[in-house]
Design a protein around this ligand. Structure first.
Ligand code: SF4
Length: 253
């Protein structure tokens, strides 16, 4: 059991190193100029793409540039501005509620502590960790759908609950790396490890991924889920180093 844990932690470290090499610069794709703006944008990003959020936030921030202005907003006007992001009634209510609480409980400043952040309307651990890691430069590992999916495919966790996944990943990685690790996994999920059709043949993590769909791995290629289970059981793999090299060569061709 302990050996298996050590092996998974080692894999997490290897994944981190490879992702750093592949994505030296990983930035949050939500346009923002302050903690308040990023908080509002992240609330809007639930069940919505960053691209779509970036289309609505300029008008929102023009109309309500500060927590004080947003706190005094007419919710129906905010609804109109954020309508295209989906769930707009709840999101508008949460935005105005968040601004009100930032004003009344935190003196107009977005708080930094996770325990405070998650008390704001519309803010869960994912959003709180985005704020901490992106604008406050504090440890925080946001687990969104990409981070959860890739972590499971890579055999770093078997869990589905994002909060539990966050704790498992946190235990394997140094706190200063948490935020960037999340951003890099998101980039990799968007570019290579697609939810429906992972492009394993061009994946830099293929050599150490228990869910690779490539036929070179015995027993894989049919179902990502099945292969995760199998590979986590069969943890002893032939020289990961060799396979990393081989896969890098393949991608370089
Ligand atoms: S090898 Fe395939 S399943 Fe594994 S991380 Fe890469 S793209 Fe995803």
């Amino acid at each position: 059991m302990a050996a298996k844990k050590t092996e998974i932690a080692k894999r997490a470290t290897d994944v981190l190193a490879l992702l750093k090499r592949e994505y030296p610069v990983a930035i949050c794709e939500l346009t923002h100029e302050s903690a308040f703006q990023l908080l509002a944008a992240t609330i809007l990003s639930a069940q919505c793409t960053d691209v779509r959020v970036n289309m609505v936030t300029p008008a929102l921030f023009d109309a309500y540039p500060t927590p004080a202005k947003l706190a005094a907003a007419d919710v129906s006007h905010v609804e109109q501005l954020v309508r295209s992001t989906g769930f707009y009634q709840t999101k508008a209510k949460n935005l105005v509620g968040m601004a009100n609480q930032v004003m009344s409980r935190f003196g107009g400043e977005v708080p930094r502590e996770i325990e405070d952040l998650i008390t704001l309307p519309g803010v869960g651990r994912k959003t709180a960790n985005v704020l901490r890691s992106v604008v406050f430069d504090l440890p925080g590992l946001p687990v969104d759908t990409h981070v959860g999916r890739l972590s499971r495919r890579l055999g770093l966790t078997k869990l589905e609950d994002p909060v539990k996944v966050e704790y498992e990943l946190n235990a394997m990685l140094p706190p200063p790396e948490w935020g960037q690790f999340s951003l890099r996994l998101i980039l990799h999920g968007r570019r290579v490890c697609d939810a429906r059709k992972p492009r394993c043949e061009e994946c830099l993590l293929e050599a150490l991924c228990p869910s690779s769909m490539l036929p070179t791995k015995k027993g894989v290629g049919k179902s990502v889920k099945k292969s995760v289970k199998k590979s986590v059981k069969k943890s002893a793999k032939p020289s990961v180093k060799k396979r990393v090299k081989k896969s890098a060569k393949k991608r370089a061709k």
